[in-house]
Design a protein around this ligand. Structure first.
Ligand SMILES: [Ca+2]
Ligand SMILES: [Ca+2]
Ligand SMILES: [Ca+2]
Ligand SMILES: [Ca+2]
Length: 511
């Protein structure tokens, strides 16, 4: 009966016809569990769709197209061998070309895909390529009794299951299982007795069998461009996923990226310097096997410095007295600040010094305007200093500038000096007067006091060393020390009361 069916169908070579033919040949026998040794078993699986393999190596064939030739090495870690001309093929009940899936036909499977040995059938061999197994099982849907045999690497038969019996037309499958005390199964052979069967749900601990395929994660960014000022926080957001539901780890080429919620990420970074910190940022999503990346442009703008002060060395000076203005500026960028700024004063050329020195030839109010520029050519807003008042000042008679004023030792000389502008006395000053020994060169005025002479006034109206305003001038009744004829002294007056405000000098010689 069986051989006549095979003979009748073989020439057609059509799977649908083959299994349809098998349906005609099916018996009504239902497989029942048979006694199993400790090392092998045959078990009826009443609901193959609920079958669970507890081993790492599992082959359910669902992702392989119908008619895939497994002997060509379609599945990792195993070799389905063409035996005596019989090649392992994948069948798919969903094609409608087969006699199943039960109850639409007589054969069944877990899912819709399974493997068989084609229209000619026979014995099928499966080798483990990455090392031996200690356990192996498969499910068989069969019209004829099938047995599973395990062999070692020397082709010695280790174990053989009992017969599956027949289970056609039952919706059940027979689990044929061999378990060894040690991993010594190099390959298995599935045998029938000359008719038709198909298998599914191969389950083994042989290493590296049908390793799960991986799909790299998906990662996307919400913004293709992120623009920010230097020293300001930049941020971007995006999504990630993994179709395999692998755990995904995220990393960023710069800054930090964190999982902000299920499937979303948030990136943050504060660039210290624009535009040099502008760059392409890469977010990498890794699932432990593969990685995916997404990039976006970080555009960092330079920010111009800000002048915070421009301070003169004195706010009131006599004409001709040098005044130094010192500027200070800030920049949000640390690198820009560290690099220092260049300065322009009163529209002049840029230089590296933040100090500007000038002197005023005529009296009046003056200020200085500065610009500061960072290394990236960011220019500050103009900054204007506080006003510096320049005052005319000159000695008044009886003393005369430009000559040695002859006086008698012990004599009282009224020192008078004008301080003001355009003939108007500058009020509120406390000019300092100091008598110096010798003919002091104003350009080398010693500040150490070594030439100071007691500077007395004979007037009770005077404070020692301080001139007082009187009659549109400042006056001090100076007592000249007694001394030898010809001795020289210098009278120094600091009209503003400070060294920074400048000084006037006049020479005295004893008669
Ligand atoms: Ca399957
Ligand atoms: Ca994945
Ligand atoms: Ca910068
Ligand atoms: Ca800057």
């Amino acid at each position: 009966m069986k051989s006549s069916i095979r003979a009748a169908l073989r020439p057609r070579r059509q799977p649908a016809a083959l299994l349809a033919g098998l349906a005609l040949a099916a018996t009504s026998a239902v497989a029942v569990p048979t006694a199993a040794s400790a090392a092998n078993s045959v078990t009826v699986i009443s609901n193959p769709d609920a079958y669970v393999c507890s081993e790492a190596g599992y082959i359910g064939f669902e992702d392989l197209p119908d008619s895939t030739n497994l002997s060509a090495g379609a599945i990792g870690g195993v070799q389905f061998t063409t035996t005596a001309g019989y090649s392992w093929l994948v069948g798919d009940f969903a094609t409608g070309g087969y006699n199943g899936k039960y109850p639409s036909g007589q054969y069944t499977s877990h899912g819709t895909h399974w493997a068989w040995l084609g229209v000619d059938q026979g014995a099928g061999r499966i080798d483990f390529l990455n090392g031996p197994a200690s356990t192996f099982s498969l499910l068989a849907s069969t019209n004829t009794p099938v047995v599973l045999e395990a062999y070692d690497s020397s082709a010695a038969l280790l174990e053989s299951t009992a017969s599956s019996g027949t289970n056609l037309g039952t919706g059940t499958m027979a689990e044929l299982k061999i378990t060894r005390a040690s991993a010594d199964i190099a390959y298995v052979v599935v045998h029938d007795t000359g008719n038709y069967f198909e298998v599914d749900d191969i389950c083994t601990d042989a290493p590296g069998v049908n390793p799960p395929s991986n799909t790299a994660p998906d990662v996307a960014a919400d913004n293709a461009v992120v623009a920010v000022d230097e020293a300001s926080a930049a941020g971007n957001t995006g999504t990630f996923s993994d179709v395999d539901e692998d755990a995904v780890s995220l990393s960023a080429s710069v800054g930090s990226v964190l999982e902000s919620g299920p499937g979303t990420w948030a990136w943050s970074y504060t660039p210290s310097d624009g535009p040099v910190d502008s760059q392409t940022v890469t977010i990498t999503a890794a699932d432990g096997t593969d990685t995916s990346t997404v990039t976006f442009d970080l555009q960092v703008s330079n920010v111009a410095p800000t002048i915070t002060s421009l301070t003169p060395s004195a706010t009131t000076v006599v004409t001709g007295q040098p005044v130094t203005f010192v500027g200070q500026a800030t920049d949000p960028s640390g690198p820009d600040t560290a690099a220092g700024f260049s300065w322009s004063f009163n529209g002049g050329a840029y230089g590296t010094s933040n100090a500007f020195t000038t002197a005023y030839a005529t009296c009046g109010s003056n200020d200085v305007t500065a610009l500061a520029k960072d290394k990236d050519n960011g220019v500050s807003a103009p900054f204007t200093s506080s006003a510096v008042m320049a005052l005319d000042s000159e000695f008044l008679p009886p003393l005369q500038s430009g000559t040695f004023n002859k006086v008698r030792g012990g004599q009282v000389v009224p020192v008078k000096i004008s301080v003001g502008c355009d003939g108007v006395l500058a009020s509120g000053l406390s000019p300092a007067i100091q008598l110096l020994s010798g003919d002091v060169d104003p350009s080398t005025d010693p500040g150490d006091g070594s030439v100071d002479v007691v500077t007395e006034s004979v007037s009770s109206a005077d404070t020692s060393g301080v001139m007082r305003a009187a009659d549109g001038q400042y006056i001090y009744n100076l007592r000249i020390p007694a001394g030898a004829s010809g001795a020289k002294y210098t009278v120094r007056v600091r009209p503003t009361g400070t060294a920074a405000g400048g000084a006037r000098y006049i020479a005295i010689q004893l008669r």
